[in-house]
Design a protein. Structure first.
Length: 148
C-alpha cells in the first residue's frame, strides 16, 4: 500500500526554531512510515505514484500567535480558520477523508506557523492510527477524522 504525504513546509519538516530540516525519524511522514511498518510505502513527495490511493486531506494549521501579536495577526488568524473549513468542504465534495490537524497539534509559538519536533511525532502517530483504520475499513465512506 502506498501513502502519499504531499504538502507544505511542515510536511518537509521545517524547524521553526532554527530553519533547519528535522531528521527523517522526527518528521511526521517518517514517524508514520515507522509506525505503519512493513507492507507500506510512505512517500513524502509526489514521485513514483502509480496506484490509486486512499486520499486523506490535512488542512493547514491555524496561525498560532501570542496575545501580544493577536491584534496584529487577527485577520490572518480568521483566514486560517476559513481555510480549514474550505479544505473540509472541498474534501467532502471530492469524496476524500479529512483531518483538521489543529485538533491534534498546534503550530509553534516561535513563528506561529511551523510545528516543532514533538508535534511532528504526535501527528505522525495520530496519522498512523487513522491510516490503519482507513485501510482496514477499505469500503467505508470518506469522513471527517476526529482529533482525539
Amino acid at each position: 500500500m502506498k501513502i502519499l504525504c504531499y504538502g507544505d513546509s511542515n510536511t518537509w519538516g521545517f524547524s521553526p526554531i532554527n530553519g533547519s530540516r528535522f531528521p527523517e525519524d522526527i518528521r511526521w511522514p517518517g514517524v508514520l512510515r515507522r509506525c505503519l511498518g512493513e507492507g507500506f510505502t510512505v512517500i513524502d513527495n509526489a514521485r513514483d505514484i502509480q496506484a490509486s490511493l486512499p486520499v486523506l486531506v490535512l488542512a493547514p494549521l491555524p496561525v498560532n500567535v501570542g496575545r501580544d501579536h493577536h491584534a496584529y495577526y487577527h485577520e490572518q488568524i480568521d483566514k486560517s480558520f476559513d481555510l480549514i473549513a474550505a479544505f473540509e468542504n472541498l474534501s467532502a465534495q471530492k469524496g476524500c477523508h479529512f483531518l483538521d490537524p489543529s485538533q491534534v497539534i498546534s503550530a509553534s509559538r516561535h513563528d506561529g506557523v511551523h510545528i516543532e519536533a514533538e508535534e511532528h511525532i504526535k501527528l505522525g502517530l495520530h496519522l498512523c492510527v487513522i491510516v490503519r483504520d482507513l485501510i482496514s475499513g477499505g469500503d467505508s465512506p470518506p469522513h471527517r477524522q476526529p482529533g482525539l
